[in-house]
Design a protein around this ligand. Structure first.
Ligand SMILES: [Zn+2]
Length: 401
């Protein structure tokens, strides 16, 4: 067997053993071998290394036993810590998490809109990570690495950003080697990934998609994002930019999208698009908002909930288009579960009832069941937690850590 194949096999076996211990809790070596299909000797070698690194530990099985009690293995959740950061347009949010993705400390830094160059942003990331560690009592040696979740077009293999929706007005974010930049400034081994993907990774490891191999995570934020798993693996596409669901066609070519095309889904159905439609209704006298100058999404949701018909129709229209396009995705990918999260969740049934209705309308009996729809509470922190899981993934495989 070639060395590369051998190393890959070793990484997969280690990942398999550590995942089994993490998911099963207290478990014997024999049971690990049975569940993973690995030879007992392989399990013994791998678990010895993991004990040595402090990631798992031995404990005696509880209860009465004749002779010595059997030895079980368990995850040491605080065996190491990793940092994760979510870099949105106006804010950098950092968390330090343990092996169970529990948040041990967090810190956020608001970004001035004049700060747009990669060097400036990387400096702010380093500053925010440093502050988070100091405030919560971590020294650099405690942290095994840093993961970054970034909206826009990110190639994780190359460590490059090709487009960032928040910063691109002030600087040309094309071919930016952001991973290397942050690595130099923080001293931490760094991994980068599109933030919809970090959310999907989080859901797969610790959230609503644990044990689910085919699922979609749709994020309704300023734009519309998609993280997708097919047969247990995250799908990135050949350029690393798969999942740009916000830029598939809506159902008309009227609305101009920030990507420059007309009629994109996110130009018609994202929270930002809903807000713009509501602002247009206010401008044209179809809705009299309490504060005409600073209308927020929350204002729009409140007014719609209180019976403002013109706003309710905006949500119905957005939900219907979303449901139709999600149904298209369902036909192509056949997911078991679809998780929807983001700011729009505040609109609840005003958005999701027409969405579910449109999905049902686009389904035929021959396609059997529709996927399970999970409306997940909006927790922005999970982007950063998922970014931290990028480091946990590498730790599981022990690739270059
Ligand atoms: Zn677009």
């Amino acid at each position: 067997m070639r060395v590369a194949n051998k190393n890959l096999m070793r990484a997969m076996n280690r990942d398999n053993v550590l995942r089994t211990v993490r998911l099963q809790g207290d478990i014997s070596r024999k049971e690990i071998a049975a569940q993973t299909g690995l030879a007992q000797s392989t399990v013994t070698d791998i678990t010895a290394a993991l004990i040595n690194e402090g990631l798992i530990f031995e404990k005696a099985a509880p209860g009465k036993h004749t002779g010595r009690p059997p030895i079980l293995l368990a995850l040491n959740p605080d065996g190491t810590f990793v940092a994760g950061a979510y870099i949105s347009s106006g804010k950098i949010s950092v968390v330090v998490i343990n092996l169970e993705a529990r948040v041990m400390g967090s810190h956020a830094l608001a970004l001035d809109e004049t700060i747009t160059t990669p060097d400036e942003i990387a400096n702010r990331v380093a500053e925010t990570v440093r502050t988070c560690c100091i405030r919560h009592g971590f020294i650099p040696e405690d942290i095994s690495g840093l993961g970054l979740g970034i909206p826009g077009l990110v190639n994780s293999d190359e460590g490059m950003i090709h487009f960032h929706p928040g910063f691109s007005k002030g600087f040309d974010w094309t071919n930016v080697p952001f991973k290397d930049l942050v690595e130099k400034k923080t001293g931490f081994q760094t991994f980068i990934e599109n933030s919809s993907n970090t959310l999907a990774i989080y859901e797969h490891w610790f959230g609503a998609a644990q044990g689910v191999d085919n699922f979609l995570v749709i994020t309704l934020e300023h734009g519309i994002g998609l993280g997708l798993y097919v047969n247990g693996a995250l799908v990135r596409g050949w350029q690393g930019i798969a999942g740009e669901f916000g830029h598939v066609r809506g159902d008309s070519r009227e609305a101009t999208c920030r990507c420059g095309m007309k009629g994109c889904l996110e130009a018609m159905a994202s929270p930002h698009a809903i807000l713009k439609e509501a602002q247009k209704a206010a401008r044209t006298g179809h809705w009299q908002p309490p504060n005409n100058h600073q209308i927020t999404l929350e204002d729009v949701i409140n007014a719609a909930e209180n019976g403002e018909k013109v706003l309710q129709e905006i949500f119905t229209s957005a939900g219907t288009i979303l449901g139709q396009r999600i149904a298209d995705l369902t036909r192509i990918l056949d997911p078991e579960t679809i998780i929807i999260t983001g700011k729009s969740n505040l609109a609840k049934d005003m958005l999701f009832a027409p969405l579910a209705q449109a999905m049902r309308t686009c389904n035929s009996k021959i396609f059997r069941t529709t996927p399970k729809l999970v409306i997940s509470p909006w927790q922005e922190e999970n982007y950063a937690r998922g970014a931290g899981v990028l480091v946990l993934q590498k730790l599981h495989q022990n690739c270059a850590i």
